[in-house]
Design a protein around this ligand. Structure first.
Ligand code: F6P
Length: 344
């Protein structure tokens, strides 16, 4: 009998439970037992695990978050933790691990795989920035949430003749800002990949105003930076004393700067963790389920050290190494589409 340990690590996102369910159910068909590892790699270090049965995954498909809990624990920060993790893998008779996570979680999976531990990765993040896969689940749900927020902000922006700055998640890549910005008809989209020019942004918003559009929506990713002023948004506005990400840094900066430059009222909305919560869209449920089935199949084939990925319409297996090598930044052809509408 093969025992499969399943864990979810890093920031949560809608669709994690759909993967867990798919791995457990597909695994059962392959004759596997499943063990849930609590709170990401932390659970494997601490020996915090529980059996997962068909019954434990009943009804979790539409639920946001993760029934297993999550953490940002990286066992490689402490050598003793790696040994504890290995001891617990042996203790609980875990034959293979399905690690569902983003960059950091998959980075640990890759290192463990190189140490001979049988691991399969599943990419997740609302940010859609994991390399080697076209899309991660969680992203579509986040985009739907942000698009709805932009729609709502449009009406109040129009009534009050205001500029509304909407700060969305995306520390290193501006996928949410770009896709939700296009879907919501944003008048300006600012992303970490391209430092923004405040004068240019002001120029576009003023041009719109002069054309009779007395309101504007600016969507900004939390990691966006003004051009040539990398320090403009103080590091203290991005992380707190514990190193936690502080949202609102760039959003508030933009509000202050745009209000100085434009003769208009500017308001800022920081969507924050609302983007990570809620029930997954149908698209994310299907993608997450396909990933979970494929991960269980890889274990059956004993094809370890791989990550399941979406390429076009196909689910494929790629080396974990390839997945963690580079972050996936925004497709510039897509980004350029948004700029066609600036100043309009
Ligand atoms: O990595 C996903 C993400 O949502 C980022 O976009 C964001 O910067 C970060 O997580 C927030 O992390 P936390 O929930 O730990 O504050």
């Amino acid at each position: 009998m093969t025992t499969v340990g399943i864990l979810t690590g890093g920031g949560d996102c809608p669709g994690l439970n759909a993967v867990i369910r798919a791995v457990v159910r597909t695994g059962a068909k392959h004759g596997f037992d499943a063990i849930g590892i609590r709170d990401g790699w932390l659970g494997l270090v601490a020996g915090n695990v529980e059996p997962l049965t068909d019954y434990s995954v009943t009804g979790i498909l539409p639920k946001g978050g993760t029934i297993l809990g999550t953490s940002r624990t990286n066992p490689f920060k402490n050598e003793a933790d790696v040994q504890r993790l290995r001891d617990n893998i042996r203790k609980f008779g875990i034959d293979a691990i399905v690690a569902i996570g983003g960059e950091d979680t998959l980075g640990v999976a890759n290192k463990l795989s190189k140490m001979g531990i049988p691991v399969v990765g599943v990419p997740k993040t609302i940010d859609n920035d994991v390399g080697a896969t076209d899309y991660t689940f969680g992203f579509d749900t986040a985009v739907a949430t942000v698009t709805e927020a932009i729609d709502r902000l449009h009406t109040t922006a129009e009534s009050h003749h205001r500029v509304m700055v909407v700060e969305v998640m995306g520390r290193h890549a501006g996928w949410i800002a770009t896709v939700a910005g296009i879907a919501g008809g944003a008048d300006e989209i600012l992303i970490p990949e391209i430092p923004f020019d405040l004068d240019e942004v002001t120029h576009h918003l003023r041009a719109r105003y002069e054309r009779g559009k007395k309101f504007s929506i600016v969507v900004v990713a939390e990691g966006a930076q003004p051009k040539g002023m990398a320090e403009a948004i103080a590091q203290s506005a991005r992380t707190d004393e514990f190193g936690h990400v502080t949202l609102g840094g760039v959003g508030n900066y933009l509000r202050d700067e745009l209000e100085k430059r434009l003769d208009m009222e500017v308001r800022v909305t920081v969507l924050g963790h609302i983007q990570r919560g809620g029930s997954p869209t149908a698209h994310d449920r299907v993608l997450a389920t396909r990933f979970g089935v494929a991960a269980a199949d890889l274990i059956k084939e004993k094809d370890f050290g791989k990550m399941v990925a979406l390429r076009g319409d196909d689910i494929v297996a790629v080396p974990l190494e390839e997945a963690v090598a580079n972050l996936k930044t925004v497709d510039m052809d897509l980004y350029k589409i948004a700029s066609i509408f600036y100043g309009g």
